[in-house]
Design a protein around this ligand. Sequence first.
Ligand code: HEM
Length: 75
Amino acid sequence: MSESYLPSLLTDSPEAGFQLAIKLSRLGVKFTQPDAEVRDRLRPQYAQNADSLTMASQVVAINFQTVAAANNYWR
Ligand code: HEM
């Protein structure tokens, strides 16, 4: 990742902000487990597990709080 993967927290809309929150969440996983083969192998497990999906959603929600605050809640 040579170019900036997080040039700005500012987004044009809440929807774009939510996409950024998803991106941040996925990047967290990628930095935590850099091995794509391992991530690919684990993907079917969490994709089929309600608690894992709920936890993933929670991480997105936490990141969305930060993005929303940075954008002054798009007011
Ligand atoms: C796919 C989000 C945790 C591995 C995806 C997709 C989303 C997502 C939205 C679908 C992308 C698409 O089909 O366009 C998240 C979030 C996570 C999380 C928010 C938790 C914060 C994990 C973990 C692993 C993982 C823990 C494995 C260690 C993968 C893989 C794919 C995937 C391999 C398939 C990528 C592809 O098909 O190109 N994830 N994920 N994710 N995720 Fe996660």
